[in-house]
Design a protein around this ligand. Structure first.
Ligand SMILES: [Zn+2]
Length: 100
């Protein structure tokens, strides 16, 4: 095994579903920087259509990542209160216990 494949495996880049392949392929080409920015943006951008906020919240059970406003568990656009977080957690635990 050569060092390059070893590095890809250790860093987890090798099995990231092709996105990072284009990332590495873009290095050294004219489109390199643009490709990097695009890939990074797709990774951090909210998945709700037309939303340009940074997506930080993984929607459990889906491949989606959204901003606070578009997350189904989150009640609104403001930061969640500790109570809301606790309630969301309790709800999630209930669903888990129910074997969903
Ligand atoms: Zn959003």
């Amino acid at each position: 095994m050569d060092i390059w494949h070893w590095l890809l495996m250790v860093t987890g880049i090798d099995d990231a579903g092709g996105h990072w392949s284009s990332f590495w392929g873009g290095i050294g080409s004219d489109l390199g920087e643009f490709a990097i920015l695009t890939v990074l943006w797709r990774k951090v951008n909210c998945h709700a259509k037309g939303c340009w906020r940074i997506g930080l919240h993984h929607v459990e059970g889906t491949p989606y990542i959204t901003c606070a406003r578009h997350h189904p568990v989150h009640p609104g656009s403001d930061p969640a209160t500790a109570e809301e977080i606790a309630r969301a957690h309790a709800t999630a635990m209930d669903q888990k216990a129910a074997g969903s």
